[in-house]
Design a protein around this ligand. Sequence first.
Ligand SMILES: [Cu+2]
Length: 255
Amino acid sequence: MVPLQIDRHLMFTIGLAIRPCSNCTLGGRLSGVYNNISLELPKTALLQAHYFRKPNVYVTNFPDNPTSSFNYTGKPPSNIMAKGGTRLSYLPFNSNVQLVLQSTAIVALENHPIHLHGTNFFVVGMGLGNYNASSDPLSFNLIDPPERNTIGVPLGGWVALRFQANNPGVWFMHCHLEFHTSVGLATAFVIENGPNPEDSSFLHLWTFPPADDDQAMIGRSIQNVFFLSTMVHRCRNHLYSIHRLPTLKLYAPSA
Ligand SMILES: [Cu+2]
């Protein structure tokens, strides 16, 4: 169901920019950015850091909105320098999110196919030019919007997405032009655990019953495989919700 009551309104500009680079011939290098932030991948996997609560890998202060507004699809500002960082967006469990992706004309207009891992979203609106938060929502389709996991942000335009953050974990959202992802056009949502074991990112794997019989051993082995698969960043849409598999149903202890 498309969320009707929104808990978090997000607007991310999306496009290309330049990052300062002292070693580069021109003093800068092409980067991909959301809200003028180019993702720097840490050495520790994001999901691993989240799972083990390891500090100093990422921060969850990704800005909900562009830090300054400008004519996104018109003449670019004079300063097109981007910042880097491992800044993610934190979402409480089950929060209803509206995310507007606004393309920018910085460096070059491009149709960026944006792919979100972990959950599908509803495409409730789309348009050309700059998104207007007052008038554009009036024409949103909240009745039967298409449900997708990838959307091409219109060239020189915007798209409005809605989803419920009901799949705990760390979920990459990136441009599927691989080069753009490689130069930082990516971020991730940290969706916090819910109140029930089945709504936790897979912490229950470690509280799995002792492997005191063959069935339990097999169950644990399967879980470890799934755990490792998750750690290498599989997508729910490619292998459905692997970290929320009904683990306890694989091995149902009788006592
Ligand atoms: Cu792109």
